[in-house]
Design a protein around this ligand. Sequence first.
Ligand code: SF4
Length: 506
Amino acid sequence: MTSGRTINTATFLGIPPFPIAAREALADSQLRGNLRHATHTIRTKRARVAAELDDWEQLRVAAADIKDDVLGNMGHYLEQLEESLTRAGASVHWARDGAEANRIVIDIARRHRVEEVVKVKSMATGEIGLNAALEEAGISVWETDLAELIVQLGNDLPSHILVPAIHRNRSEVREIFLREMGKVGMPAEADLSDEPAELAGAARRHLREKFLRAKVAVSGANFAVADTGTLVVVESEGNGRMCLTLPEVLISVVGIEKIVPTWTDLEVFLQLLPRSATGERMNPYTSTWTGVTVGDGPQEVHVVLLDNGRTKVLADEVGRQALRCIRCSACLNVCPVYERVGGHAYGSIYPGPIGSILTPMLRGVGTDEATDALPFASSLCGACYEVCPVLINIPEVLVHLREKVVDSHRGGVPGTLQAAMTGASWTLGASRRLALLQRVAGLSGRLLGRRGLIGRMPPPLSRWTDARDVPAPPRESFRGWWARTDGDRKNAGPPPHTPRKGGEQV
Ligand code: SF4
């Protein structure tokens, strides 16, 4: 039974482009304080536990290699995964885009005549706006991850991949719980304090009745092992374990890039992910399930394999490395831009450095102003690349996408820089063309220059001379002087110079 109340279906639609949203966020000192505290705590822990492993760098290389193998042989691994899942009793569905994936989930829920589902934290379902689609279909969605619950109850938007409520401090969380929990289920105690243990206790009691009641659960997956058809969810609170075991029906929406070939490959990622994400040596809960096990857990298991732009990313030779991402958030926690503006300014479920490359590639460069602003939301300092456990060269992809954004906006007409470079290449390509240009430049220098300087030039060069003078070209070039004097063997003296102000020579 649902409460009948329309729950949070807030979306990123309508958030202004990054430069505007970032300026607004920068004015919020409370937000900056919350973010600074949280990101610095996590990144310090990450650095400490990563340093404990002598083979950390080898693990990163191995992880990148495994993912590249999957990306290079996607067709083969997808077929293998489908076969393994089917053999294990799961039903496999293919979704080209978010709308198709949402329809599949809604149809399954309707078939079971449920009015609500419980949900494990999942980026893929956030990406496709599943909550809003389910709500529209009259099915309530209960987020069960603590941070997702805070976001949902607060009618808010997630601002971090791993800690979606990172922008909230504990007294804000207490207020949200006191105000909202009673409207959708078990209320928080009136004397609730802002102690983390008390807040977690209130969330546990509130969620427990939903876990025990729900017939259908929705999850994502951190990994999908192709040769056995095993899905893996790692988490810290145990809420995921409840969703994955108690309901009768489980629907998992899985991005096609989540594949790892074997359990041996999975082992590499289970070392890298917790250390990079929360600074822990291993996740408190690592749940794995392989289709249906009779008498144990959900007896109907569906897996929705989601493309939603991923094959487009795969076709981009520079950008495809973004599909290695294991959503650890390490790049967010070290990013100086993210630390100051938070996640909402990125206008997407994927904020920070990975969001700046993944969102434009999934949506498509040139889609809208907000999408095209994202590759520029970076200082290119490279801190993200240094911590990324799967060696995604985010700065390289950012520069690549900036180029694509610029190209997409000039509609085939070359920009000033490109026109200048094409002209320079043509001139320097033949000695006589260069000599001719030098003669013309020397002549124009004599006509336009005053005391060795040119004060005004026509557009577009006027953008330079509006603020400063340009040294006039010498009356005779070096090559001209050489030809005239045979390299001074005719003792003709040095080439004539044009004196600058103050006697400096050019
Ligand atoms: S890009 Fe790298 S560091 Fe950032 S979330 Fe993905 S795996 Fe983690």
